[in-house]
Design a binder for this molecule. Structure first.
Ligand code: ADP
Length: 449
């Protein structure tokens, strides 16, 4: 079981790591391909646009009719209609629209871009003619980490009407936040991959937890069966021995011995009965078939009765129970049998889990707080670790440390206590120091007369 569990965990962990690595490399590849594709589309779209612009630039504006071109002397035409530059022909807004349209046509719908048209000036530098820039023009050009910059010449074609009539221009296009654009265009894919990876991780976690719980459950179960066998076998063995003894003619004729052995049989019988009761009760609680017969209870009376019942057991070990029943109002609404059982269980545990080296001293007290009754059961026993305290109310839980296993039980007592505290709308708190002792504090609403 344990081996299988380890193998499953290792296999799933390995495949998870594999899946995550594959996903990351797959996303990386897709990003690269997408980037390549986008660059290609950008270039095609720019090429198309600039070819169109170059052709336009190679002709005189449309007011110069073909007839004029063929009939008028060229130098006259030149004087009259200086072939205008693209920057002159289009406003920045129009140019922006042209670019946008061209990009949209090539599947680059959401690209953010800025542009400029520059022309060479006499000092061999560039001069900005027209453009649209959100930040400053130089700044956008410099930020080559985030931005992608294209320089495309727009010159009149060789041998055309207007060749060398208008200055050379360059269209500069800056695609802003290019990487982010690529990333965003794959957003859904990446989000999906991350989401499904998280789902797989969560499923793995839940499965592991369920497996662990199952494992714990099966341990608890086998513990319980061991305990039960032991608990039932011991009285059976004692009874068998006592019966054998009675069969002995010497014993049959001796009333004192006969009484002694029959008392043993009776006691062991009672013990077994109590154990069977505990198990049956737990089964009933499980099916939630317990019906509370509510009436007003005098808790002080119940506590005194319990202390009386345990007196003998305590005296045997030179211990005692100190009672401080200080509550003014000790009445609560409850089921007498279950309420008594519940408190009895706590006192029983306080004695069962006492230290061997010191006499058990219990301190049972009551107190009113607001409209509720607080009952404290304190012992000077072996105490519990923090981990134990957090689990004692679980069914079948028994602390596994020290020599506690010498003390018999099914681990059902406190789960019964908890169920009953809840059924009586109460609260229970536990404080414990290993080696020093434990305190159980219960609080119930007072009965309203
Ligand atoms: P059981 O006594 O049959 O084992 P319980 O549900 O009554 O089952 O108690 C669960 C566990 O809580 C015990 O096995 C013991 O380890 C611990 N425990 C309960 N009461 C005390 C106490 N007063 N002092 C120390 N440990 C206690």
């Amino acid at each position: 079981m344990k081996k299988l569990f380890t193998i499953i965990t290792i296999l799933i962990t390995l495949s998870l790591i594999g899946i995550i690595i594959l996903q990351v490399s797959w996303i990386n590849n897709t990003l690269l391909i997408k980037e390549e594709q986008t660059r290609e589309n950008l270039e095609i779209s720019m090429y198309d646009l600039t070819s169109e612009l170059q052709e336009e630039k190679s002709k005189f504006p449309s007011i110069v009719s073909p007839k004029m071109i063929s009939e008028w002397p060229k130098d006259q035409l030149l004087n009259l209609f200086k072939a205008p530059t693209i920057a002159q022909r289009y406003t920045a807004f129009k140019m922006y629209e042209k670019l946008r349209k061209s990009f949209d046509r090539h599947g680059l719908r959401n690209t953010k871009f800025e542009f400029a048209i520059v022309s060479e000036n006499n000092n061999f530098g560039y001069e900005l003619q027209s453009g649209r820039f959100e930040a400053s023009y130089e700044k956008s050009l410099e930020d080559t980490v985030n931005n992608l910059v294209y320089y495309w010449p727009i010159n009149a074609l060789e041998g055309s009407e207007t060749e060398s009539l208008s200055p050379n221009e360059t269209l500069i296009v800056v695609i802003s936040d290019f990487k982010e654009f690529i990333f965003r265009s794959l957003g859904w894919m990446i989000a999906g991959a991350i989401l499904f990876t998280i789902i797989i991780l969560a499923a793995f976690y839940i499965t592991l937890r369920a497996l662990l719980r199952q494992k714990k459950l099966s341990e608890i179960k086998s513990d319980f069966i061991n305990n039960m066998t032991h608990e039932l076998k011991t009285p059976l063995a004692t009874i068998s021995l006592a019966v054998d003894a009675i069969k002995n003619p010497k014993v049959i004729n001796d009333p004192v011995k006969l009484d002694y052995f029959s008392t043993i049989i009776k006691d062991e019988n009672k013990r077994m009965n109590k154990q069977v009761e505990t198990i049956l009760q737990a089964a009933l609680l499980d099916r939630q078939e317990v019906q509370l017969r509510l009436k007003t209870l005098d808790v002080h009376h119940i506590l005194s009765g319990i202390s009386e019942n345990f007196k003998l057991q305590l005296n045997e070990r030179s211990g005692y129970a100190k009672m401080e029943l200080n509550a003014q109002n000790d009445q609560v609404q409850g089921d007498e049998v279950h309420f008594t059982n519940m408190l009895s269980n706590l006192v029983d545990n306080a004695i069962k889990y006492s230290r061997e080296d010191v006499p058990p001293i219990l301190h049972i007290s009551t107190q009113n707080s607001g409209n509720s009754l607080r009952i404290r059961v304190e012992d000077n026993g072996i105490g519990m670790s923090r981990e134990t305290v957090s689990r004692i109310f679980e069914k079948f839980y028994r602390a596994h440390t020290g020599n506690i296993h010498n003390v018999k039980g099914f681990g059902l007592g406190l789960s019964y206590v908890k169920t009953m505290v809840d059924a009586h709308h109460g609260k229970i708190k536990v404080e414990s120091t290993p080696g020093k002792g434990s305190v159980f504090v219960l609080e119930f609403p007072n009965a309203i007369d």
